[in-house]
Design a protein around this ligand. Structure first.
Ligand SMILES: Nc1ncnc2c1ncn2[C@@H]1O[C@H](COP(=O)(O)OP(=O)(O)OP(=O)(O)O)[C@@H](O)[C@H]1O
Length: 281
């Protein structure tokens, strides 16, 4: 599959003084961030901190009240119409609830990610070429679920459905993947399988991943940069090792002991990486 090569240097994404107000509530408050290409970035913080709103503004599912978002030199806050639709394909979203069409089979769900890559008449009629089907099957193979291609999506487990959603994101040929609490509804085993799939997207394909996570353990295990958000503001930005328990206590407030207490249960980051990279190529 042809995945576009990323710029070797410079910032991929530049978020400049971005804010979002909902009535009297400031969900994101004057956030500025520079994101380099190729990273696996975790956005962490307690419930209601503003993580989802921040991610959704990057994809333009939510419009900022003020500020700018620039991707590869293009101001995406000003995009409209076809340009906006193209941007949304380039910035693939992964959602907590998978967002698959439950009654359609798995392969068709993945093919939906190709809509922007086929001529309009074929896209309207959903006439998929053999090449598109091969691309979709190959993406399913990446995550060890090609055998489920003919099944209805709603018959799959949560972990399997999320891997289908990740395969769909991959066939979009995205320049960045935005995952909004992708494992929040999964059990620990499926959590690991799905996080490994995202790690593979990042390490094998070199696609930048920004992932909202409530769990500090997961963020420390999988991410190479953490951005801590509290009350809509960035209160930490650095390597996982630099996030001390004291900083985490500030970040999570009353939830801190819950969040910190689980750290011992997670696999070592290198083990997670080795697992992800040993998935079928
Ligand atoms: N559409 C909306 N209308 C009104 N308020 C909203 C809306 N979306 C988010 N908010 C509010 O903005 C704040 C930040 O919400 P957001 O969902 O971004 O936080 P979060 O860190 O992702 O939390 P969670 O993990 O619980 O989703 C919260 O107080 C939330 O209630």
């Amino acid at each position: 599959m042809a995945i576009r090569h990323l710029a070797a240097e410079g910032f991929l994404l530049s978020i400049r003084d971005i804010s979002r107000q909902f009535a009297t509530k400031t969900a994101v408050d004057n956030v500025s961030l520079e994101i380099e290409p190729g990273g696996f970035i975790g956005v962490i913080g307690r419930s209601g901190a503003g993580k989802s709103t921040l991610l959704r503004m990057i994809n333009r599912l939510v419009d900022p009240t003020s500020g700018r978002i620039v991707f590869n030199g293009v101001d995406i806050t000003g995009l409209r119409g076809r340009d906006l639709r193209r941007w949304r394909q380039s910035a693939a979203m992964i959602f907590q609830q998978f967002n698959l069409s439950g009654r359609l089979d798995v392969l068709t769900n993945v093919l939906m990610g190709r809509l922007n890559h086929v001529p309009a008449p074929r896209a309207v009629l959903k006439l998929w070429s053999d090449e598109d089907k091969a691309i979709a099957l190959s993406a399913l193979e990446q995550f060890d679920i090609a055998g489920l291609a003919a099944q209805r999506a709603e018959s799959l487990s949560g972990g399997q459905q999320q891997r289908v959603a990740i395969a769909r994101a991959l066939v979009q040929e995205p320049q960045i993947v935005l995952a909004d609490e992708p494992v929040a509804s999964l059990d620990p085993r499926n959590t690991k399988v799905v996080m490994d799939a995202l790690l593979r997207i990042n390490k094998h394909y070199g696609i930048t991943v920004i992932c909202n996570l409530h769990s500090l353990d997961l963020a420390r295990t999988y991410c190479d940069r953490l951005i801590g958000i509290a009350s809509g503001r960035v209160v930490f930005d650095g390597a996982p090792d630099a996030l001390t328990d004291d900083v985490a206590r500030d970040l999570y407030g009353l939830e801190a002991e819950d969040v910190l207490g689980k750290a011992a249960a997670m696999p070592h980051p290198q083990a997670a990486m080795a697992n992800a990279l040993s998935m079928p190529a």
